[in-house]
Design a protein around this ligand. Structure first.
Ligand code: NAD
Length: 376
């Protein structure tokens, strides 16, 4: 069985789907691994590091022939339609594959390739080790707190110095899911005083367990299915903004991470709200790419307002921590591969083969295309 890892081609994508440390385990299972030269460069994984673990390296000029012999191709971003067109019938791809990548999905259908979407791995306990949304949100949350600390002109911790006492920074985190909780933990480790709000009251205990204060608002809860939030009505959104405003204006750093599945990110912080923040305040908007939690935030840019507030719009945030984002993602993929690939030992030789069991909830939920059909 041959597993191929092409080099990521999207601008700003520094992650790689497979890191060298998991190669030896796969080779032992009877899988031969081929990596496009330079695929790991952005994540500090050199061609030599892959070779030393038993992988073969192919030149970029051989990309389509390498994909053509692949039984499985691993990537972070969806493969391009022309990549899919190079692949053989019955091959498998594992990658992020949002519904918006419709060209790639159509190309997978046409090529008769089974394309899995890491976004669709169900959030059940058996699939936790394959949950790439969680592993990457963890990286984004950590990064958000560091960006806040970096852009702020203030210390995060309380300091008692001979020259006087430095009061700790007040950090507010809006949205206490995976990224928000990691932002809280990181800001706390840096010594900030942290408070947080989420529309799911069940997040209160998690927030408190990290030493942060949970802000209770007199509003209905929006706990939806699968532990996710539900969308707010315009009226509730306006009321939430009004109630949150005093907490926002007194914060030195606001980190926003709110999301609702398959919806534009909710608007939590308006111009009018941050207009009243003190000069030097910082807002880190992790939802910038999906519409923004903060009015006027631009993904990939830091905007300075006339009143001296800086708004950082996140773009490819997990990719800004490429080593660990790749390490965790790579392990998520290897764990999913464990459900898809079966190894057998015969005459002292281990061989691997693909075995897709659509009765398995994880396979059923995450295979977007199979057998020339779009399933999801
Ligand atoms: P997400 O990225 O979809 O959303 C981030 C957070 O934004 C959520 O906590 C959500 O409640 C919050 N939010 C939405 N609208 C808001 C608003 N208007 N104001 C304030 N906050 C708002 O969520 P996520 O980080 O992927 O996690 C969602 C849930 O899934 C959590 O309960 C998490 O514990 C759970 N989860 C479970 C598993 C598992 O069981 N395997 C794995 C990961 C996450």
């Amino acid at each position: 069985m041959r597993l191929v890892v092409p080099r990521e081609s999207r601008d700003g994508e520094h992650r790689v789907a497979l890191m060298p440390d998991v190669i030896a385990k796969l080779v032992k299972q009877g899988i031969s691994i081929e990596i496009e030269s330079g695929a790991g460069t952005g994540a500090n994984a050199s061609d030599d590091a892959y070779k030393s673990q038993g992988a073969l390296i192919f030149a970029s000029s051989e990309r389509s022939s390498a994909l053509g012999r692949a039984d499985v191709a691993l990537s972070v971003q969806p493969l391009s339609p022309s990549d899919f067109a190079s692949m053989k019938k019955g091959a498998i791809t594992l990658s992020f594959l949002p519904g918006s990548a419709s060209d790639s999905i159509e190309a997978a259908v046409k090529a008769n390739v089974t394309a899995f979407s890491m976004e669709l791995i169900p959030r059940i306990s058996r699939a936790q080790s394959m949950d790439a949304l969680t592993s990457q949100a963890l990286c984004a949350g950590y990064r958000a707190a560091l960006i806040g600390a970096e852009l702020s002109p203030r210390f995060f911790p309380l300091l008692m110095t001979a020259a006087g006492t430095v009061t700790p920074a007040q950090v507010l985190v809006l949205g206490a899911g995976v990224a928000g909780l990691q932002a809280i933990a990181t800001a706390r480790r840096l010594g900030a005083v942290v408070s947080a709000y989420d529309v799911r009251p069940s997040s209160a205990d998690e927030v408190k367990s990290m030493g942060a204060t949970f802000i209770e608002l007199e509003l209905e809860s929006l706990e939806g299915s699968g532990g996710y939030a539900r969308e707010m009505s315009d009226e509730r959104a306006a009321k939430q903004r009004e109630l949150l405003k005093p907490f926002i204006t007194k914060s030195n750093v606001v980190i926003t991470t709110a999301a609702v599945p398959n919806r534009k990110a909710p608007l939590l912080v308006t111009k009018e709200m941050y207009g009243d923040m003190a000069p030097g305040s910082v807002i880190v908007d992790l939802a910038s790419e999906s519409g923004g939690n903060v009015e006027g935030s631009v993904a990939g840019e830091t905007i300075a307002t006339a009143s001296g507030v800086r708004i950082w719009g996140g773009k490819d945030v997990p990719s800004q921590l490429p080593f660990h984002a790749s390490s965790l993602y790579s392990k998520n993929l290897v764990n999913l591969l464990g459900l898809i690939v079966k190894s057998e030992e015969q005459d002292g030789k281990t061989t691997a083969a693909i075995h897709l069991d659509f009765d398995d909830e994880i396979i059923e939920a995450s295979a977007v295309t199979h057998d020339g059909v779009k399933r999801k």
